[in-house]
Design a protein around this ligand. Structure first.
Ligand code: NAP
Length: 452
């Protein structure tokens, strides 16, 4: 039932149903003040990065969705899926309806390398590529040219490792995942002959997490080769002590890969290894006529003052697929201050201006694990509770009126649960779900809730 005005109720709209949005909601509800929260999400489905970003074979990480799902049962919270700010209503309208608006829209745009050939077919940002294999409706039709040619993944972060792993794992290794059906079929039919993960700096500067790097050692295709196999003797060059300890642990794992006995796993050395890690190579150009055929790289190294410098040598890596995993930016939103250089909203702490707040990657930038957003959610909720007084605004009643007046439909909690039930029912054990990937399929599954 739609609520009536109650003067003391704080009305908050949270835009974006990813981790930052849910952690903010959790913190607002924990405060036990009268509150009415409307969660507005562009997609028909909630959970943001947990559904569309976290690797499909990392189901443990996705378990956090159960806690978010429980929040959807709270009567104070309503879910408005398939409603897009800027398309269905404007930020200014939303701000007029609510005491506070919290933007938690993430960072869905791929950063670009800015080198020639980047628009050739076969070259994708990791946001698009990961979205494709995770069944994100924005990237349903990506159809990357998987035909057995080698792939290169640019970047030395965890997303690069996710992409490499998903490209190389066998169907049996992915059986417990929720890899999108089309992606599963395309990868299984013609996986890349080899995948090279490329760092523009060295192993001591890699941003991999230790468990993710170790995980590569257990792949059925065999452990990664380090090409060339030389690694620094120590991590002493890293100044920051914490970073140095982390680099030492990463180095130990890399050393294990570099020293692996010949013949272990599927490969017998760097030339035959299906997965290769290469460092100190800066992408310079993507080559090809009608599709990408090679990545031209410039060798790099540190000078005596620790600055990264180009070297003379360059190298062409033949490939039919390139995925750049080099970070993300937030989308512009009319009415919200934006730091274009950093690709995120600009605020004083979580407040962009009175009554308008932001949390998570759209404010902080694309770093950290899912749990890092808990701090953001707590911080933005604390700021809202400290700074905003309820002013008997229309809130949910007003939102309902605007959307109905525009003939817009939306997907509520029951609609989402119908999607969830349809995906679970279609799964073949031990997969947890068979994802619906297109907007039409998601909308009609949600419709099932209304009819049934
Ligand atoms: P990231 O950790 O920031 O790594 C980005 C990588 O891209 C860096 O190696 C960076 O190199 C490189 N890069 C940037 N610009 C480049 C350019 N122009 N040319 C070549 N390389 C370039 O980002 P991410 O991998 O996208 O991950 C985002 C966040 O999500 C991270 O905090 C990550 O840990 C987290 N995440 C966690 C997990 C997990 O816990 N399993 C999984 C996925 C993601 P430089 O260092 O030289 O700039």
């Amino acid at each position: 039932m739609l609520s009536r005005f109650r003067r003391s109720t704080l009305r908050v709209a949270v835009v974006g149903a990813g981790p930052a949005g849910f952690y903010c909601i959790e913190a607002l509800l924990r405060a036990e003040v009268p509150v009415e929260i409307d969660l507005i999400e562009r997609l028909p489905t909630p959970f943001g990065l947990v559904r569309g970003g976290v690797a499909p074979d990392h189901q443990n990480t996705k378990r956090v969705a159960a806690a978010f799902e429980a929040l959807l049962d709270r009567p104070e919270l309503h879910f408005w899926g398939d409603v897009e700010l800027g398309r269905d209503l404007h930020l200014a309208e939303l701000r007029g309806l609510y005491d506070a608006v919290v933007l938690a829209t993430g960072a869905p745009r791929d950063r670009r390398l800015g080198i020639p050939g980047e628009d050739l077919p076969g070259v994708y940002g990791s946001g698009a590529f990961v979205g494709w294999y995770n069944g994100h409706p924005d990237h349903e039709g990506l159809a990357p040219p998987l035909d057995g040619r080698p792939a290169v993944v640019v970047g030395n972060g965890n997303v690069a490792l996710d992409v490499a792993r998903v490209l190389l794992k066998t169907p049996a290794e992915m059986a417990e995942s929720d890899l999108a059906p089309d992606a599963a079929a395309a990868i299984a039919a013609a996986p890349p002959a080899a995948v090279t993960v490329l760092g523009r700096r060295g192993p001591l500067q890699a941003r991999f997490s230790l468990p993710e790097l170790r995980e590569l050692g257990g792949l059925a295709v065999g452990p990664p080769a380090i090409v060339p196999p030389e690694l620094p003797e120590t991590a002493e060059a890293v100044e920051d002590e914490r970073e140095r300890r982390k680099a030492e642990r990463l180095l130990a794992v890399l050393r294990g890969y570099a020293e692996r006995p010949a013949g272990e796993g599927a490969g017998e050395g760097a030339e035959t290894a299906r997965l290769r890690l290469r460092f100190f190579l800066r992408p310079e150009a993507l080559l090809g006529e009608t599709r990408v055929e090679a990545l031209r790289c410039r060798a790099t190294g540190f000078d005596s003052e620790g600055r990264l410098q180009d070297r003379e040598e360059s190298l062409d890596l033949p490939c039919g697929l390139v995925v750049t995993a080099i970070g993300y930016a937030t989308g512009l939103l009319e009415g919200a201050a934006f730091d274009a250089a950093r690709g995120r909203f600009r605020g004083r702490g979580p407040r962009l201006e009175p009554g308008l707040y932001a949390a998570g990657w759209c404010l902080r930038g694309p770093s950290g694990v899912i749990g890092s957003n808990k701090h953001d959610g707590d911080a933005v909720a604390a700021a809202v509770l400290a700074e905003v007084r309820p002013a008997a605004r229309p809130g949910r009643v007003g939102l309902h009126g605007i959307l109905e007046g525009r003939g817009r439909t939306w997907i509520d909690r029951e609609g989402w649960r119908a999607i969830e039930a349809a995906e679970r029912a279609a799964a073949r054990a031990p997969a947890p779900r068979r994802k619906l990937t297109g907007l039409d399929a998601l909308r009609s599954a949600a419709q099932g809730a209304r009819q049934g």
